[in-house]
Design a protein around this ligand. Sequence first.
Ligand code: 8YV
Length: 327
Amino acid sequence: PARKPKVIVTRKLPDPVETRMRELFDAELNLSDEPMTRARLEDAVGRAEVLAPTITDKIDAELIAKAGDKLKLIANFGAGVDHIDVAAATARGIAVTNTPGVLTEDTADLTMALIMAVSRRIVEGVRAVEAGQFVGWTPTWMMGHRVTGKRLGIIGMGRIGQAVARRAKAFGLQIHYHNRKPVSPRIAEELEATYWESLDQMMARMDIITVHSPHTPATYHLLSARRLKLMQPHAILINTARGEIIDEQALADLLESRAIAGAGLDVFEFEPTINPKLLKLPNAVLLPHMGSATIEGRIDMGEKVIINIRTWMDGHKPPDRVLPQML
Ligand code: 8YV
């Protein structure tokens, strides 16, 4: 039988993924549900041929400098790779892969759930019922905002942004987007999507803004205090991408003063810490980074990790390679 590479997996993954990894690799799995400590990570990069990390592992240049000669592949379980210093890995001849495509639809679903939850005050309603405050229908209680016909501004029109646009169109939203470049004419036509080269102008004119770009040096605090202030007072902001893209303190302040009507956030700037002000606001719906958290999605992500490792084992370039120039 072919030699099995030493694959160290940093987090507990769904059972079917772990079973398959045990069959195919000399897999060292994390049996606890806790992230690895820095010391364990250092030990892992020193011994592994393949490291399979997740977003909770900081794979920075300092850690990569401690990698042994055997480490050849960092096969990330997740699409975003902002926790990995891809340039440092590449410079040492270590390939980096991610898991795009399989979490697109789930993340888009959760985005729609947040748009609906914030616009229609779903969480406030649930809390009110649980607190025994539903004493009968009233004509003016729990009025939210209509979704149909509103303008949705999508920041980042990659796979997830487009999946959101397709859903949003069915909800009767008008699709607008800002991206480094316009999408192909075919997709623009299918989605009836309007391209805004100026993010500032789009921010000022939308009813709903939703973020779907990766976190890179270019998108860090893309939604700065200045840009957030361009939003209309009735507008809402959704983020299922990365917390670092938004100045979270500025957002909390603007939500508190109602300069922005509401926010639906699945990701945070200093995860897992959440700005305490946000936690107190009734107009902020906060979720624990669960965009891709479906059983199917997490198994698919594991399969993607496995495919990337196996392709590498077979001596080919893994399909989901991330190169520094792509970021
Ligand atoms: C993952 C995510 O669960 O894929 C991403 O970029 O944010 C999540 O879907 C997480 O990254 C796991 O590593």
